[in-house]
Design a protein around this ligand. Structure first.
Ligand code: KIV
Length: 271
């Protein structure tokens, strides 16, 4: 008889049950094997291989340049580390906007080549066909409304979205439509907390917020931000759980000092 306890994997169905019983869903981003393993073993519910990799891993100013091949590379590295979490991968800019057939091909490549459990797309009613076509292949889809960074050049800024009534109403309608199309969950980014609470109460699928207040069904942050590695990025919604910029910097400085002073390696640190 095995002494190991069977790990209960998080599925889209588990997330639905969590919403029903009022248990908050935890979600973080990961883009590589080592970080994904640490996050998964800490007990996270969902890992997002976000196209924010374009910013935090590749140093681009926006999420637009990252390619489908690069997303698949990040996602397959993450998947190899995971025992429990549900892994969702962003369809990058340019991989689904042209038409629903291309969206389906891109989603299939992500699922087949990385082993991920679902995909996330930015947008509402305008991507109806793509969502429905991806779902026909049995691929779970997560929606994303509010601040949608792939449309940054249309909006011009990264400020809070849907503050005006008209935009707020459209967002609420879009959330209901995404549920109707068959999305299993929805991310709301940087919108007023009152609106996000109303959206979460109006749909039965889990709503996960980033900069959307505490009235939603779960929270997501970019891991490099919450660990304080990206020390120059400081939006109001971000809570830092560590200051890794400083502690990693200290470790690197100490290493450099030890090498220069010949303190490293010591007699015990060689063969
Ligand atoms: O790419 C990303 O990291 C995201 C989150 C901010 C939700 O989409």
């Amino acid at each position: 008889m095995s002494v190991h306890k069977e790990i209960k994997k998080v599925t889209t169905h588990v997330l639905q049950e969590m919403k029903q019983r009022g248990e908050k869903i935890s979600m973080l981003t990961a883009y590589d094997y080592t970080m994904a393993g640490i996050i998964d073993h800490a007990g996270i519910d969902v890992i997002l291989v976000g196209d924010s990799a374009s910013n935090v891993m590749a140093g681009h100013e926006t999420t637009l340049p990252i390619t489908l091949d690069q997303m698949i590379y990040h996602a397959s590295s993450v998947i190899r580390a995971i025992d429990r979490a549900l892994v969702v991968v962003d369809l990058p800019f340019g991989a689904y906007q042209a038409n629903s057939k291309e969206a389906l091909y891109s989603a299939i490549r992500i699922m087949k080549e990385s082993g991920a459990h679902g995909v996330k797309l930015e947008g509402g009613r305008e991507i109806k066909e793509s969502i429905e076509r991806i779902l026909t292949a049995g691929i779970p889809v997560m929606g994303h409304l509010g601040l949608t960074p792939q449309s940054i050049y249309k909006f011009g800024t990264y400020t809070v979205r849907a503050k005006e009534e008209e935009e707020a109403e459209r967002l609420l309608e879009d959330a209901k439509l995404l549920q109707e199309y068959g999305c299993f969950a929805l991310v709301l980014e940087k919108i007023p907390a009152a609106l996000a609470t109303k959206v979460a109460a109006s749909v039965s699928i889990p709503v996960i917020g980033i900069g959307a207040g505490g009235g939603v069904d779960g929270q997501v942050l970019v891991t490099h931000d919450m660990l304080g590695m990206t020390h120059e990025f400081s939006p109001r919604f971000l809570r830092r759980y560590a200051n890794l910029y400083e502690s990693m910097g200290n470790a690197f400085r100490q290493y450099i000092k030890d090498v220069k002073s010949k303190d490293f390696p010591s007699d015990k640190e060689q063969y």
